[in-house]
Design a protein around this ligand. Sequence first.
Ligand code: GFB
Length: 321
Amino acid sequence: MTPQPTATALPFDLAGRRVFVAGHRGMVGSALVRRLKSERCEVVTADRNALDLTRQSDTEEWLRRNRPEVVIVAAAKVGGIAYNNAFPVDFLADNLAIELNVIGGSFAIGVRKLLFLGSSCIYPRLAPQPMTEDMLLTGPLEPTNEWYAVAKIAGVKLVEAYRRQHGADFISLMPTNLYGPGDNYHPEHSHVPAALIRRFHEAKLANAPSVTVWGTGRPRREFLAVDDLADACVFALKNYSDGRILNVGTGRDITIADFARLAADVVGYAGDIVFDASRPDGAPQKLLDVSRLTKLGWTARTELRDGIAAAYQDFLKGAGR
Ligand code: GFB
């Protein structure tokens, strides 16, 4: 039997609700678990060895048994520019499977509210900057991460489709590039903030005369602290119910060269920075227009330098090993 949607009034109250954070071991999921501690809700999670979200019947069965009322889809196969480029099947197929299973399974058990996390790479490579939510599907994607982007666009559309066809209170947020505690510090698979924290740290210890940064250093990126994203997710769960996607960022970007200098400074590396232009730059600029979220009443709080300093402390605590 198809569950009947229950109209949800805003603000949506999280108090007393069972909230499933799918992907709680990842950087985003663990920030969500931290943030939800200050809401009076019950957080439920599933360990990877107990539940593989790419398996449909297992996921459906888990959801039926655990009956969350709220679901946050923070589970995804993620990685930086090189990882995305090298494993197209994994990025496309795993993410599509997770989306179908978690979103479809949530609807099947009558979940009251679901939040899906997309990515700023869903927008066209050469979208006018800053990118508004309306830029979705207006041009070709950046080739280095189009597999991931196509999967995330499918997720966004699935959420929209459940709302349109069944009136489900499902929403999608599009975070910009993220960094923070719990990041993946793998030298090849990571995103640029974690990669550079590790590389500058190791160069500092080795007294290396120079550090290589991929690409030309000219691309511009907007970096959001993951704890700010978690706060935006809680804000959106409570205050947003609309089929339109919602960008989450700081509204400010920086060149990779300037970001590398900032990271080197935070880590305390004083040697040279050289650029390896044989490595891909990816999209020339990714800056989100965050005015819709700002008008709703949410803005990012963490200054980039402070956030990178906190991420470095996390790395030093052993997260990077
Ligand atoms: O973080 P990143 O891999 O993701 O790379 P994207 C950002 C920029 O940093 C690119 C440069 O211009 C890279 O060339 N860069 C410099 C480096 N040094 C390094 C390094 O050591 N490692 C990495 N990784 N980059 C991501 C997607 O694209 O955007 C994700 O791959 C996600 O899946 C995210 O969608 C939002 O910004 O290029």
